[in-house]
Design a protein around this ligand. Structure first.
Ligand code: CMP
Length: 138
């Protein structure tokens, strides 16, 4: 069993696809074990994406992520990190496989509907960024 952090980003909330995204997780062996809606401040978004601080898109990305509510959740399942990434598709929706969340709903490389942890270390950091042990119903 593995855990990963998933975020339905502000564009996903705006487009009304929270339920569709969660349905895809639940239909594919990923169980939601914690969830909340958050409106991140610019500083919170910068902390979350600290690893990207040197990238040219850091400022724009953190503006976007703090522009409206997002849904953050912990998904649990076998190979949850890789499975979630498969369901999301490539960061750039134009390269994402048919039937993936980003291919189906994203319209922009930055506004790409969902975020998912990309490895065990980032999953641990990202889960702890939003949730404490009492909030996890595993
Ligand atoms: P995410 O999986 O949340 O990880 C980092 C985010 O940065 C990514 O999804 C996109 O929202 C954004 N991102 C990644 N690459 C680019 C890029 N080349 N231009 C703009 N935004 C990007």
């Amino acid at each position: 069993m593995e855990r990963t952090l998933s975020i339905v980003k502000p564009d996903g909330v705006e487009k009304g696809v929270i339920g569709e995204v969660i349905k895809r997780f639940e239909n594919n062996g990923l169980k939601v074990v914690a969830m909340k809606m958050v409106r991140m401040s610019k500083e919170q978004a910068k902390g979350f994406y600290y690893v990207h601080r040197e990238r040219p898109f850091y400022d724009s990305l953190t503006d976007f992520m703090s522009s409206g509510p997002a849904v953050v959740m912990i998904l649990e399942g076998e190979n949850a990190i890789a499975r979630n990434r498969e369901l999301m598709g490539a960061t750039d929706y134009r390269e994402a496989a048919e039937g993936t969340i980003r291919r189906d709903f994203a319209t922009d490389i930055e506004r790409n509907i969902v975020h998912g942890s990309d490895g065990a270390d980032t999953a641990a950091f990202e889960i702890a960024y939003f949730f404490n042990e009492l909030e996890i119903c595993g």
